[in-house]
Design a protein around this ligand. Structure first.
Ligand code: PMP
Length: 312
């Protein structure tokens, strides 16, 4: 990950120098975790910045806010345009995009309604989240002793900052145990997701992924992969999946904006099949990267191109 500290960050309608993009220490979000955010990627598609599923990410940001009655002070189309402008002004093609809305400086106390809702957008270069090698050879993961939040505690379909305290516990444990990533089970001990990724499993030529009743974030890459798998002739079964299916799988992979499509080589020290990226995973990866890099037709209109006219 590379920050460009000479870059500009959008804060509620204005571009602020990177180093001045600060908030007050008594902002509500600092104390009570009251933020919602998105992670979006832009690719270099034949020399142009192409943002992957921008409209869907902006929609999910607003949906995350809706659950917490956090009213973003801009419309979806304003945020959509502001993201394009932020990429253009920072002259980036391949980048990671982080819009975030948060309860700002107002009053402290759990009641969030007395703090203003603020929004910021930052962009920066970020390579392969789980490593270049991971995309080809797969990563080693461990099932966490921490469970994903139960559905009647924190709603996993809101991409809220506070959810990532749960992710951090799992990630810390994974690091401690020398795994590349953690895998969490839901409160009933069915498969849920990684600390920042959804998971797919292939067994006897069938593709499975945990359903939305397993405390997952409804990943936009997950949705894209389901569509690509359907195009390849596979139906994806969204259901509750018992833990042991992990060890018996023919192929496993993670999906996510940061992780893209990353194969999993082992779980809890047990090798998955031959311990190499499987053929169906490779096919799905190829379909995905060909679209985002502009090498094959963008048949679902997933890409939003940025050009100089976006520098307003
Ligand atoms: N689950 C969690 C917990 C995540 O943080 C992410 C990354 N946003 C995902 C799944 C994957 O979602 P997406 O494909 O929309 O990035």
């Amino acid at each position: 990950m590379t920050w460009d500290e000479n870059g500009k960050i959008w804060m509620d309608g204005e571009f602020i120098d990177w180093k001045d993009a600060n908030i007050h220490v008594l902002s509500h979000v600092v104390h009570y975790g009251s933020s919602i955010f998105e992670g979006i990627r832009s690719y270099d598609s034949n020399g142009k910045a192409a943002v992957f599923r921008l409209k869907d990410h902006v929609k999910r940001l607003f949906e995350s806010g809706k659950i917490y009655k956090m009213e973003i002070q801009h419309s979806e189309s304003e945020i959509f345009e502001a993201i394009k402008e932020t990429i253009a002004i920072n002259d980036l093609k391949e980048c990671y995009i982080r819009p975030i809305s948060y309860r700002g400086y107002g009053q402290l106390g759990v009641n969030p309604l007395t703090s203003p809702v603020k929004t910021a957008i930052a962009v920066w270069s970020w390579g392969k989240y789980l490593g270049d090698d991971g995309l080809e050879n797969g990563v080693n993961v461990g099932v966490s002793s921490w469970r994903r939040m139960a559905p009647n505690t924190l709603p996993s379909m809101s991409k809220a900052g506070a959810n990532y305290m749960n992710s951090q516990l799992a990630k810390l444990e994974a690091i401690e145990n020398n795994y590349d990533e953690a895998l969490l089970l839901d409160s009933e001990s069915y498969l849920s997701e990684g600390s920042g990724e959804n998971i797919f499993l292939i067994k006897d030529d069938e593709i499975y992924t945990p359903s939305i009743s397993s405390a997952i974030l409804r990943g936009i890459t997950r949705d894209s992969v389901i569509k690509l798998a359907n195009d390849l002739g596979y139906e994806v079964r969204e259901e509750k999946i018992p833990r042991e299916m992990l060890y018996l799988a023919d192929e496993l992979f993670f999906t996510g904006t940061a992780a893209e499509v990353t194969p999993i080589r082992s779980v809890d020290g047990i090798e998955i099949a031959t311990g190499k990226r499987g053929p169906i995973t490779k096919k799905i990866q190829d379909e995905f990267f060909n679209i985002v890099e502009g090498k094959s037709e963008d048949k679902y209109n997933w890409l939003t191109y940025i050009d100089d006219s976006d520098k307003k």
